[in-house]
Design a protein around this ligand. Structure first.
Ligand code: C2E
Ligand code: CA
Ligand code: CA
Ligand code: CA
Length: 279
């Protein structure tokens, strides 16, 4: 039994060091991914449930690795958050998204806002709102065309720090959404003080709709909470028409998910969802 145990241990540690090496390689490659042009943004539409209007889009980061192919964002963003490179990556995402939005505004009918995900370390940067203000100005983009999605987990874990940063972003005229709502143990009295526009129901509660009674109860509660606070409520990860119908019936205002479209490269997104400007 002892020998067996040891074998198992060796197997386990070999596996761990394989994982550690793999991670180190990814970390090194990620450092160069920006310069090598391996990163891009995809765009996923958001739709109004009442009238099926396009009410914005979310920019999602993609990394096409030269040998590994597409690396899932959950994987490389976690690494970038730990080693701090998310700040540089996040700056690139913000600039890229704003330039794309400005380019779309020049030739397509008005839509928006465009949402960008912001992670904790980015929110701790000094002068964040001033820098975003300069970026918007240099792109000729009105601040209400940019929405920032910030996870509930981060906002709730950094209450003291987060509030003034969110306030300064809000004063700039940006829209703010709490992402993955329902997963992060919100304090409701704190939530009430946050200068936000939107609650985004996490996909994990959308998955079981309409039949799972727990998911249905949670989705209903978030929609009611949001509406009572005059916030827009959007559901993410909506994949089926029956999920969409449930959400519409319960008074959720917006949806995002595969039922409308997967995230698309800029050209494909514009071709499918944007309408040429009248001239
Ligand atoms: P998220 O912000 O919750 O984004 C939603 C994720 O769900 C995206 O995964 C999207 O592609 C996926 N999704 C959308 N609709 C559906 C659906 O109907 N079904 C299913 N199964 N999935 C759907 P993605 O693009 O892989 O991104 C994963 C996470 O990585 C994001 O979760 C976000 O936390 C993070 N992320 C992506 N881009 C950025 C970025 O530029 N900056 C930061 N800080 N985080 C990012
Ligand atoms: Ca998001
Ligand atoms: Ca989300
Ligand atoms: Ca989510």
């Amino acid at each position: 039994a002892k020998a067996k145990g040891r074998n198992r241990f060796e197997f386990y540690s070999a596996d761990l060091s394989f994982q550690a090496t793999e991670r180190m390689n990814l970390e090194n490659d990620l450092r160069r991914a920006l310069e090598r042009g391996e990163l891009s943004l995809h765009y996923q539409p958001k739709q109004c449930l009442n009238d099926a209007r396009l009410v914005g889009a979310e920019a999602l980061l993609r990394w096409h690795h030269p040998t590994l192919g597409d690396v899932p964002p959950d994987r490389f963003i976690a690494i970038a958050e730990e080693n701090g490179s998310i700040v540089e990556l996040g700056d690139w995402v913000l600039e890229q998204a704003c330039r794309q939005m400005a380019a779309w505004q020049a030739c397509y009918a008005d839509f928006g806002p465009l949402a960008v995900n912001l992670s904790g370390p980015q929110l701790r940067q000094p002068h964040l709102s001033a820098r975003i203000g300069e970026l918007l100005q240099s792109c000729g983009l009105s601040p209400d065309k940019l929405q920032l999605e910030i996870t509930e987990t981060f906002v709730m874990s950094q209450k003291e720090e987060a509030l003034p940063v969110l306030q300064s972003l809000r004063e700039l005229g940006l829209q703010l959404a709490i992402d993955d709502f329902g997963t992060g143990y919100s304090s409701l009295s704190y939530l009430k003080r946050l200068p936000i526009d939107t609650l985004k129901i996490d996909k994990s509660f959308v998955d079981g709709l309409p039949d799972d009674p727990n998911d249905a109860a949670i989705a209903r509660a978030i929609i009611a909470l949001g509406r009572s606070m005059q916030l827009t409520v959007i559901a993410e990860g909506v994949e089926t028409k029956s999920q969409e119908r449930f959400l519409a019936l319960e008074g959720c205002q917006q949806i995002q998910g595969y039922v409308l479209s997967r995230p698309l490269p800029a050209e494909a997104f514009a071709e499918r969802f944007l309408v040429a400007r009248d001239v």
